[in-house]
Design a protein around this ligand. Structure first.
Ligand code: C2O
Ligand code: CU
Length: 434
């Protein structure tokens, strides 16, 4: 499915703002319900989809590091659901995985989530039941955890990236669960854009941008024009030193935080095989009378224990299946280690605090962004050098990546591909931390 450029023309002036829930509210209600969204430019058709509290994406939840966020999730849909707090080291029974950590939330029911946000950073929440369908239908939103001592910026702007598969009328294409998507790269949209929590900046502003890829399948290689700055965090976790960038690549579910100084209208473009596609623009209104010239500093260290690779249990997880992927021993389209779907017993049990080095090997013809619940891990380079902390790591076809993780969080944790059609059709397993 290729992106439809014609539909997008004229859309850059449109500004859909992400709604928000104030961080001063100690507890709130998050109701999943049918919504009507203006995904296409104003004047074009509307989209009947699902959302939270009347909108899709759902409201941006802002909390302060160390808070316990209290959410009454009300299921106002005609179908079962549950909410997952992606990247947060939650208590296991709050992780939102039906059948593994909680029962399904039935239509009309309320489930109370109590989410301890120990680490500051950029996170998100999304439906975790039939997620390939429910996330594509709009059931997600940003979850921002502010530092105890946040860096000084003039603007802090969330940039949600997504694509949608739309009819000419604007309605969602009803091709959910289409066999080609499942066996290939997942459900790609034909229309993509960036949604912002605020839509303008001043020249000279220092901004923090929080990019989130909420798409069920599409990788976003993004270039940002009109600013000069550095990457300061991946998947919520600060880099020890800010890093320069030319292009930012976000696999499904990944996040990147940038701190930068505005030199002109801030443009977001998606690189395509041929040319690029305009995702959206933050317009410039006025000039900051006193721009900062201070260097961009690292965000405060998350203070999680550094894994020791020399004491790690060695494991290998092989991704298998899909179109052009050869045979495997699993019962479904996709598999890990010859096994499709959730085994009754965990793939591995770890003692609490145990460190494992896991080789993720991709024997398929497609990329997979592999997500571990309840933890972050370090990506390890071929040379053994410790890379960034991540909760989702992208492994290209025919390649492999080692990750190093301290399994510190007790409970039952999912490990799966975040191309959600791959997850639904076999590419998932779970581990248990005792
Ligand atoms: Cu973001 Cu198991 O998911
Ligand atoms: Cu996958």
């Amino acid at each position: 499915m290729s992106l439809n450029r014609r539909q997008f023309l004229g859309a850059s002036a449109s500004a859909t703002l992400l709604p928000s829930i104030a961080k001063s509210e100690p507890g709130f209600r998050l109701e999943a319900e049918p919504v009507i969204a203006q995904v296409l430019p104003p004047g074009d058709g509307v989209t009947h989809m699902f959302g939270f509290n009347g909108s899709s994406p759902g409201p941006e939840i802002r909390a302060r590091q160390g808070d316990r966020v209290s959410v009454d999730f009300v299921n106002g849909l005609d179908r079962d659901s549950a909410i997952h707090w992606h990247g947060i080291h939650v208590d296991n029974d709050m992780d939102g995985v039906p059948g593994l950590t909680q029962p399904l939330v039935r239509p009309g029911e309320t489930f109370h989530y109590s989410v301890n946000v120990a680490h500051a950073g950029t996170y998100w929440y999304h439906a975790h039941h039939r997620s390939w369908e429910q996330v594509a239908m709009g059931l997600y939103g940003p979850l921002i955890v502010e530092e105890q001592d946040p860096p000084t910026v003039d603007r802090d702007i969330t940039v949600l990236l997504d694509d949608w598969r739309l009819e000419e009328t604007g309605e969602l294409h009803d091709s959910f669960g289409n066999a080609h998507d499942i066996t290939h790269a997942g459900r790609m949209g034909n229309f993509a854009r960036a949604l912002f929590s605020s839509n303008h900046v001043r020249r000279g502003d220092r901004v923090r941008l929080r990019l989130i890829n909420a798409a069920t399948a599409r990788e976003f290689p993004v270039t940002i024009g009109g600013l000069v700055g550095q990457v300061v965090a991946y998947d919520g976790m600060p880099l020890p030193e800010p890093a320069p960038f030319r292009e930012i690549l976000l696999a499904p579910a990944q996040r990147t935080d940038v701190i930068a100084d505005v030199t002109g209208p801030v443009t977001f473009d998606l690189r395509l095989r041929q040319g690029s596609y305009e995702l959206g623009t933050l317009s410039v209104e006025g000039t900051n009378p006193s721009p900062t010239h201070a260097p961009i500093m690292p965000l405060p260290s998350p203070g999680i224990p550094e894994p020791d690779g020399n004491r790690a249990t060695r494991l290998t997880l092989v991704m298998q299946g899909g179109a052009m992927g050869g045979r495997h021993g699993g019962q479904d389209v996709w598999a890990f280690n010859d096994r499709s779907g959730l085994p009754e017993r965990p793939w591995r049990q770890f003692d609490r605090g145990e460190t494992a080095r896991i080789t993720l090997r991709n024997d398929t013809a497609f990329p997979h962004g592999i997500h571990l619940h309840g933890h972050h891990f370090r990506e390890i380079g071929d040379d053994g050098v410790h890379g960034a902390y991540r909760d989702t790591t992208l492994v290209d076809p025919g390649s492999s990546r080692d990750i190093l993780c301290v399994f510190h969080n007790p409970g039952r944790w999912l490990l799966h591909c975040h191309t959600l059609a791959h997850q639904a059709f076999g590419m998932k397993t779970w581990v248990e931390v005792k």
